[in-house]
Design a protein. Structure first.
Length: 301
């Protein structure tokens, strides 16, 4: 057996559940970019691929993974749209139709169970699933891991594939075929995306840029500090005798509540922040080369 060989994945059924682990950091993340821009980011990298069947669970780096195990099989994944997008970046991975995939997150949604894997595992299977290892992987590649850390990550990846398999086993007999078809249809249509009128998009961006500058000029501390500076905002309201939170950290709960209340009294700041969010979407679409791919979450037919 050569260095890249792997035993054939044991399987008595026509299904294989998979999971992928990918690199992420503050700039390159699915939460920040969305699935389709995330997998196109220059820093994106597939770290591990795991597979589970009724007989075995395996995990390998992409170049060592036995891709033949997916041929002529239905592929199970929890959030199949994501794993399909990831596999599309791996040259060795087989090209498959969205209708050859089963999305267990959609199956959970159909049954009114939580969609996230850890919550679904807890509610449907009674299995605790921790995401701590995934959280510790921020900004790390496999080369940066100690042997024990790599082992733990591989076990974590295997666990997620196994959970997807078990969710499928529990829910398959109570999920109608037409609902499964609609889940695959949502994935397929999301991958096709929608055409973008680039000239109108660029015009809209110019309008938003002008509105953003105008709103920024109306913010009292503009010119002295950044319009989005929480510190400058707090100092301004303190000068007016308005009570402010001890912390201006963006994730501090008291600061978040204070911002919600105070922005209602400062329309220019609220408008500026809302325009910034709109520009974020416009920038995302501008990079899409004329087509905006979507992640369409299946809810209920």
């Amino acid at each position: 057996m050569t260095e890249h060989d792997h035993p054939v994945l044991g399987n008595r059924s026509g299904y294989v559940a998979i999971d992928t682990e990918t690199y992420y950091d503050s700039e390159c993340s699915v939460d920040r970019l969305g699935v389709h821009q995330y997998v196109r980011h220059p820093s994106f990298k597939v770290l591990l691929v795991s597979a589970a069947t009724d007989q075995e669970v395996i995990c390998e780096q992409p170049h060592r993974f036995p891709w033949d195990c997916l041929k002529n099989k239905k592929v199970i994944a929890h959030n199949a749209a994501f794993d399909r997008a990831v596999l599309a970046t791996i040259p060795e991975a087989p090209v498959t139709s969205a209708y050859d995939w089963v999305d267990t997150s959609g199956m959970c949604a159909y049954h009114q169970y939580p969609r996230s894997l850890n919550d679904a595992a807890s509610v449907v299977l009674g299995m605790p699933v921790s995401k701590d290892i995934r959280d510790r992987m921020k900004g790390k590649t496999l080369k940066q891991l100690a042997p024990r850390e790599l082992h733990d990550l591989m076990e974590y990846c295997k666990q997620d594939a196994f959970v997807a398999w078990k969710l499928f086993e529990v829910l398959k007999n109570t999920t109608p075929d037409d609902e499964l078809y609609l889940m695959s249809l949502a994935i397929s249509q999301g991958e096709l995306g929608v055409q973008i009128d680039r000239s109108r998009l660029n015009h809209g961006r110019q309008v938003l840029d002008a509105a953003s500058l105008d709103a920024a000029r109306r913010i009292p501390w503009s010119g002295k500090s950044s319009p989005t500076s929480l510190k400058a905002m707090r100092e301004y309201f303190e000068s007016l005798g308005v009570e402010t939170p001890n912390s201006t950290a963006s994730k501090d709960l008291k600061c978040i509540q204070w911002l919600k209340n105070i922005l209602n009294t400062l329309p220019s700041s609220r408008i500026f922040r809302n325009i910034g969010r709109c520009l974020g979407f416009v920038n995302y679409w501008t990079k899409s080369r004329g087509v905006c791919a979507l992640t369409i979450h299946f809810l209920l037919a």
